[in-house]
Design a protein around this ligand. Structure first.
Ligand code: UVW
Length: 363
């Protein structure tokens, strides 16, 4: 039952650290509070390693196709194998775009300028592309991050800025709609992320010749440390850690097998949670849909997304999912430098559970 599952997670995480109250009772930013001037400076120092003529930029968003893409069909059985469209957690729907003002029919404005204009026309999930989770996005028991009552996830809050036309009680009033009254994505969007990022290319260290881990592979703290050692990079306090598994790269290859419920990913251990806490890691990102392996067995119990409980809810560590890491990883493998300046911020969507993001790396 759901109650039994909740109590399992309560028991599993009971003796592990949390960051509730650490940055005040009202805090909604969590471990991103740890990123200040010195952490940005550490990122900038890393970015300068390749010299004044060597700095390159990488953007880490997995491209949104925006197009309806037919499912791949098995030639013998005619059964759909998988959707070749945007990768995301099952149940979510991707952005589909159409051209509201088409270049073929564009009329010139006075003076001659013409425009084309795209729009999303389907139910695009804010977690349906590369995104950061709000700290209140996932929880167990009756409390979200920082001990806030879970009711905050179902009660509208005041907008951060006055919004003309959005007045309580009026027709079309968005104040009446659902949305987080706290611990939504806005604080992460306002703060942004800037720090020393470290890529742990576990795929290259432990995977096949493309640097892909097998579907279902478990990434442990030991794998992370062994990868850092093999890469010759020192993991430091307050680093933003990016894990490459190769999983999202599978989606771009129509021949490759991919299963969002059985991706390679990080797995729970007490040591991992204590390490993340002691190292004051502000954010973990990965090239898979949930950073962690979706279903995990610990002792006699099966858990779905337990690290969202231990990291997002208890430690307030931000999670950045569906990253595109291929080009960054390939440059890191070429020059042997695995640290860089990482900057990022999710879209500021009021009251939202998460926000799309296109992180920028300088290296
Ligand atoms: C789920 O909530 C399932 O996923 P994510 O945290 O990846 O958005």
């Amino acid at each position: 039952s759901v109650a039994a599952m909740e109590s399992n997670l309560d028991a599993l995480l009971a003796d592990l650290p949390d960051n509730w109250g650490r940055w005040g009772e009202d805090d909604e930013l969590g471990a991103l509070n740890l990123l200040g001037s010195e952490e940005a400076y550490a990122g900038m120092e890393a970015a300068m390693k390749r010299g004044p003529k060597g700095i390159e930029r990488f953007t880490l968003q997995t491209p949104m196709t925006g197009e309806a893409v037919d499912a791949l069909v098995d030639e013998e059985t005619d059964a759909p194998t998988r959707d070749t469209g945007d990768p995301m957690f099952p149940g979510r729907t991707p952005a589909r775009r159409d051209n509201a003002a088409d270049a073929r029919t564009a009329e010139p404005y006075p003076g001659g300028m013409k425009f084309s204009d795209d729009r999303f026309v389907t139910e695009f999930f804010l977690h349906g592309t590369t995104h950061m989770d709000a700290l209140g996005h996932g929880w167990y028991g009756n409390e979200v991050y920082n001990g806030r009552d879970e009711a905050v996830t179902a009660a509208p809050k005041e907008f951060d800025r006055p919004v003309p036309g959005c007045v309580d009680g009026e027709a079309g009033n968005v104040q009446e709609t659902h949305g987080h009254s706290a611990v939504d994505v806005s604080p992460l969007a306002d703060a942004g992320v800037a720090g020393r990022g470290v890529l742990l290319d576990v795929g290259r260290a432990c995977g096949d010749d493309r640097g892909w881990l097998d579907l279902g592979a478990e990434v442990t703290l030991e794998d992370m440390k062994a990868t850092a050692e093999a890469q010759g990079v020192e993991l430091r306090e307050r680093d933003v850690v990016l894990l490459r598994t190769g999983s999202i790269e599978r989606v771009a290859d129509p021949e490759a097998e991919w299963d969002p419920m059985n991706e390679p990913g990080l797995v729970f251990s007490e040591d991992l949670i204590r390490w993340v806490h002691d190292m004051e890691i502000p954010m973990i990102g990965a090239d898979n849909v949930a950073v962690e392996k979706v279903t995990q067995t610990v002792g006699d119990h099966t858990f779905v997304l337990p690290l969202h409980g231990a990291l997002l809810r208890d430690l307030g560590v931000s999670l950045n999912e569906i990253l595109w890491l291929e080009e960054l990883a390939s440059q890191c493998a070429d020059d042997g430098i695995y640290d860089f300046l990482l900057t990022s911020a999710p879209l500021h969507v009021e009251r939202a559970t998460g926000g799309p993001v296109n992180p920028v790396v300088l290296k």
